[in-house]
Structures are given as structure tokens and as C-alpha cells.
Design a protein around this ligand. Structure first.
Ligand code: SIN
Length: 490
């Protein structure tokens, strides 16, 4: 499918969105976007550079004085129209998403609805950005504390959730009164462009939301060098997050970083095995394992390792691999050849160090970017997959004996985004939740992402929260105003 030709949301020519106008690159350069299932080009977007990005920053700056000063309820009215348009076009948005990202259509639809929830949530949260009145240290003084938008924000969106994470960042920023320059991944820019077109239809004023398409180098350089950009929100690898953090230091930008994960899932011997297996499937195979909160290491207590593995194998073998456009498919391709190579390297390394293949274990017969859903037994701490996020459809099973041993192994990583515990012992659930060094803990639950809870990691998994009332705080500055009142009444 050619996205540009097919949808009324997308375009007959390559356009990015700057200052309310659909623009191409000054030099006319474009980049092709491919369907990971077929390798075919699905469309072309402008390869913008340093100058066009600065144009977008200027547009966002000009729009700020109006948008930032509207009443929160006025901003909410636009966001709610946007929300309604997203739901109205969800089928089409899901098709665009599947074409450029590869995930199965049903997952794409869930992503659209998940993303839309952030728009609705933050439209409402924008009305509740309360300040304080603090008792002053001296009589005749008043101290007011108020929140105000941080200003122009740069939002860098990853390819794994190009729609939901666009919303998780942009809706929070816009509701707070900020204006934004969005840089979608060059692998999946059409979802962002389609959402921008709907935002324009919803009446978002020109320049409030800008989408710059192209390769990250020049665009990133302009965003990070600009003193006008006061805040960066980035989702992506820890390696790039660290570089951006260094660059942000030069103009002391605020940063929110949602970086790599290496989530442990611990299944204790008192757990309900069916619940644990269902959660493992949901966490591990969502988006083919290309999810930061995906269970990367599964620790199973010795006594139930056999039955857990058997039940998981049955579920994994029932997965249907194929192009996401085929409605019967439950697991799509990986995003690119590098992703397939990494999965293959992890499986090879694990097998060389003693892991045994329970299911899958090799490239899928469909070829291209398809990899077999895989279970590896006898996983060990020395294996690459114990320390690096696989970001693919591989479940390594590590056997453990004691609670202390499981906690130590789970925390033995530089990352700290999510973890999962399966037990029917409430004391253990709370004790282990406290002991795990992660920003999110799922107890008897594999689906932990939603709009109402604070999403974000510890350690090298990042800084800051997205979603929840905390998500909007990331886009607000706190100002304190000290007032000394005239005391004489005359
Ligand atoms: C991510 O993988 O970065 C986010 C996934 C989610 O929102 O659940």
C-alpha cells in the first residue's frame, strides 16, 4: 500500500508540518519509508535539515504567547476535538501505523485507542495544574506559587509506538500550554503527520504543533542547540539519551528521558501459572517484543519451571507470524534488519552458553524481518540477553530457588523501567515490589501501561514520568511570587 496515495489524511506529495503549513525540504530531499513486512516503499517524506528545523522552532515560539495564555478549558476544547477526530479515523490511523511499523492491525487499533486516551486525559488534567499559597515568613507578605508552561518543547518519538508516544508527550505539553516541535522516527513518520493533520482540523492554531521529518542528525542538532527550546522529551535508547542529555546541558534544557529497559518477570511457586503465562505473552509479544517494558528476563521458581514452560510453549506455538495487514496475524515483523540481527545474536550467544531451545530459535520461513517466537530454557546471567534488551520475540527462562536470589538477579542490571511479579502471597508481593529497583511493578499483571499512572524508569532507564498528573508537571515551571502588602490603611 502506498500511504500517500491511499489515505485522505496523508498526502500526494511529501510534506512535513511547520507553522501550520505543509512544507517540503528546501533542497527537495526526501527519504523513503518502508513497510517492514515487505521491504516495499510505502511513501516518502521530506528530509528536513537544520534550517527548516529552526523555522519550526521559530513558528513554535511565535505561537507560544497566544496558546500559553489561553484558559486551560480553551485548550481542552481543541484537544477534545482532536480526540474525537482520532477516534473517528482510528481504522485509517491503524492502517497507516501497520504499514510503516509492521504491528498487527488489532495491535495498531489498540495503540490508536491507547494514544487517544492521553489526549482526553491531559485535556482534563490541564485544568488542574494547581499552585499554592504559602504562609509567608513575615506579616504583611503573601507568597503565591503558580505553574506556567515551560515554553517550546522538542519531542522525539520512537518507531515502536509512533502514535501512542506522540500523544503521551504532545498532549501533555499542549495541555500545559507549551508549543512543540515533534521529530518522529524516520522509520515511522506517517503516523505523526496524520495526527498533525487531524490536529489542524481540530483547530489547533498554526505553529502550536510542528512535525519535522528527516534523519536525526541535523534536526537533532538544531533542536538541541536552540536556546528557544526549553525542554526535551525523548523516548529511545539509553545511548542516545545520554548524548542528548549532554547536549541539553549547553542550554540547560529540562529533559524527560524514557530509555532502555531490561524488565525482569519473577514467577513464584505459589503463582497462578495460567495468569503468569497470559501476562508473559501480553508483555513479551506485544509489538513482537519491541517494547521498553517487555519482559526481557523471566525468572521462574524451580518447583514450577516445568509446568510454566510447557504452558508457555503451547501459547507461543499458537502465535501466527506474518504481515500485520493480514487480520489473522498475531505477531508481525521486526522493524529492520539490524533488529533481526540482534535477536539472532542473542539466541546464538545464549545457545553457545548452555541455553536450550524450547520453541522457535531461528529466522522465520517467511524470511525478511520475520523471526520465530522463541523460548529458551536454562538461561544464565552470563548470557548477553541477561544484560541487554533483546527487543524481539525471545523469552529466556532463568530458574531460581529463593526470593532473595530472584530479587538480586532481577536488580542486576543498569536498567530500571519495569518489573513483574507473580505470586498469591500479598506480603511477598509487597516485599518484592519494594525491593525491585524499577519505576513500574506489575503484580499478577503484564499490561501496565495506561494514561492514569506515572510511566517512567529508574537508573539508566530514564528521568521523568509520562501519563498521570505527573506527566503534565514535566511541561510546567513553578514560579513563586512574593508580595509585600502596604500595611497602612490611609
Ligand atoms: C515503550 O516501549 O517505549 C512504551 C510502551 C508503552 O507505552 O507501554
Amino acid at each position: 500500500m502506498n500511504i500517500q496515495a491511499k489515505t485522505q489524511l496523508a498526502f500526494t506529495e511529501p510534506y512535513a508540518f511547520v507553522g501550520g503549513k505543509w512544507i517540503s525540504a528546501v533542497d527537495g530531499n526526501t527519504i523513503d519509508v518502508t513497510n517492514p513486512a515487505t521491504g516495499e516503499t510505502v511513501g516518502t517524506v521530506p528530509a528536513l535539515g537544520f534550517d527548516e528545523t529552526n523555522q519550526a522552532i521559530e513558528a513554535a515560539k511565535s505561537a507560544l504567547s497566544h496558546w500559553g495564555k489561553l484558559a486551560a478549558s480553551e485548550r481542552a476544547a481543541v484537544l477534545k476535538k482532536w480526540h474525537a477526530l482520532i477516534l473517528e479515523h482510528q481504522e485509517l490511523l491503524a492502517e497507516i501505523l501497520t504499514s510503516e511499523q509492521g504491528k498487527p492491525h488489532s495491535e495498531a487499533l489498540s495503540e490508536i485507542s491507547y494514544g487517544a486516551k492521553f489526549v482526553e486525559w491531559f485535556a482534563e488534567e490541564g485544568k488542574r495544574t494547581y499552585g499554592d499559597i504559602i504562609p509567608a515568613p513575615r506579616a504583611g507578605q503573601k507568597i503565591l506559587v503558580q505553574k506556567q508552561p515551560v515554553g517550546v518543547c522538542a519531542l522525539i518519538i520512537p518507531w515502536n509506538f509512533p502514535s501512542a508516544l506522540f500523544h503521551r508527550k504532545a498532549a501533555a505539553a499542549l495541555a500545559a500550554g507549551c508549543t512543540v516541535v515533534v521529530k518522529p522516527s524516520e522509520l515511522t513518520p506517517f503516523s505523526a503527520l496524520a495526527l498533525a493533520r487531524l490536529a489542524q482540523q481540530a483547530g489547533l492554531p498554526d505553529g502550536v504543533l510542528n512535525v519535522v521529518t528527516g534523519m536525526p542528525g541535523e534536526i537533532g542538532r538544531a533542536l538541541m542547540a536552540s536556546p528557544t527550546v526549553r525542554k526535551l522529551s525523548f523516548t529511545g535508547s539509553t545511548r542516545v539519551g545520554k548524548l542528548l542529555m549532554e547536549q541539553a546541558a549547553k542550554t540547560v534544557k529540562r529533559v524527560s528521558l524514557e530509555l532502555g529497559g531490561n524488565a525482569p518477570m519473577i514467577v513464584f511457586d505459589d503463582a497462578d501459572i495460567d495468569v503468569a503465562v497470559r501476562a508473559c505473552m501480553a508483555s513479551k509479544f506485544r509489538n513482537g517484543g519491541q517494547t521498553c517494558v517487555s519482559a526481557n528476563r523471566v525468572y521462574v521458581q524451580k518447583e514450577i519451571c516445568g509446568p510454566f514452560t510447557k504452558a508457555l510453549k503451547a501459547e507461543v506455538e499458537a502465535l501466527r507470524v506474518g504481515p500485520g495487514t493480514d487480520r489473522s496475524v498475531t505477531i508481525g515483523p521486526l522493524i529492520n534488519d539490524a533488529a533481526v540481527a540482534k535477536v539472532a545474536r542473542h539466541v546464538r550467544d545464549a545457545c553457545a552458553k548452555g541455553a536450550t531451545i524450547v520453541a522457535g530459535g531461528k529466522a522465520h520461513h517467511l524470511g525478511g524481518r520475520f523471526y520465530e517466537p522463541t523460548i529458551l530454557a536454562n538461561a544464565q546471567a552470563s548470557m548477553e540477553l541477561a544484560h541487554e534488551e533483546t527487543f524481539g520475540p525471545v523469552v529466556p527462562i532463568f530458574e531460581f530457588s529463593t526470593e532473595a536470589e530472584a530479587i538480586e538477579a532481577a536488580n542486576d542490571t543498569d536498567y530500571g523501567l519495569a518489573s513483574y511479579i507473580f505470586t498469591n502471597d500479598l506480603s511477598r508481593a509487597l516485599r518484592v515490589s519494594d525491593a525491585l529497583d524499577t519505576g513500574i511493578v506489575g503484580v499478577n499483571e503484564g499490561a501496565i501501561s495506561n494514561e492514569v499512572a506515572p510511566f517512567g524508569g529508574f537508573k539508566e532507564s530514564g528521568i521523568g514520568k509520562e501519563g498521570s498528573y505527573q506527566g503534565i508537571e514535566e511541561y510546567l515551571d513553578t514560579k513563586y511570587i512574593m508580595i509585600t502588602l502596604k500595611t497602612d490603611k490611609g
